[in-house]
Write a protein that binds this ligand. Sequence first.
Ligand code: SF4
Length: 357
Amino acid sequence: MTDTAIPTTQPQRKAVALISGGLDSLLAAKVVMEQGVHVEGINFYTGFCVEGHTHAIRKKDKDKQKRNNALWVAEQLGIKLHIIDISEEYKDIVINPKHGYGANLNPCLDCKIFMVNQAQAWAWAEENGFDFIITGEVIGQRPKSQRKETMPIIARESGADDRLLRPLCAKNLIPTLPEREGWVNRDELYDWSGRSRKPQFELAKKFGFEDYAQPAGGCCFLTDPNYSKKLADLWQARGERRYELDDIMLLKVGRHIRPKDNFKLIVSREEGENNFLRGYKKEFTSIHTISHGGPLTLLDGTFDKDDIKLAAQIVARYSGGRTADKVTVEVENYQGTSYVMDVAPMPVHEVKEEWHV
Ligand code: SF4
């Protein structure tokens, strides 16, 4: 008997899975891999990604793992991951979402369309030619972007059309090209809908995944009400909706206090943030306390001498000298010139609640 391989009539199909780092995209990719499809992952860096920033900066979060969840997912799956920085192009999505925002400043629907489109454009550019795209979407999981009515919008506007497969809820949707062509077996896909995470946890268990990222953290800061509030405040203060990567990084750090329309303070809350903010001293005027231990503070906006004094009094309130008669602070501008002044700490009750962004 000769030992020749049986020729297969169907070439192995290739799919690109959008990997956010959460459980859904992990499972979606795995379900398709189980059917013999070659899967590679793609992960987009928007600047708003939650993981690896706050946890890395803040000391109180030191116990949390600082792994990159998307890379970790790829490792679990044993697939190649392409990480692509889309932070520049992504600005237009955040600033002008055609389909509007979700509960906060999260432009989820536009974001999904953009990402699927990017994945396809990218895959198209690759000579390997991927056959279809996989996402971990589940109908009804998110109020805006994952409704049954919006699923076709994402497929259509992204240009992916019926080459977009959502293995976790495919059976609730019209069969896509990979299903119709028999590249994947529709019977082995799922029909999940709704907000329950139970089926996800069960399937994860079945596949032997135990240590996945908890979805509660969300995949990006734009779904966080506090973060969105700070971004909205930034836009309002600037009189236009515009941001740089540094702006959105700084919104993740410190207390943001806006005592007047023209400027705000970014007051570090602990050592890790102090160190992080120090890296911005060449771009912002900063204040630190000399006579007492205290936080490093950056001033963002335009301000005159009186504003700086007001800021220094607020800074003193957050220092070890909050009950002292006076606190000595050093004010340093971004060019490195500095001066020292004494101020009376602002009484705690005078730091108005509405100043906190
Ligand atoms: S949560 Fe953020 S990354 Fe996820 S779809 Fe919405 S806007 Fe995009």
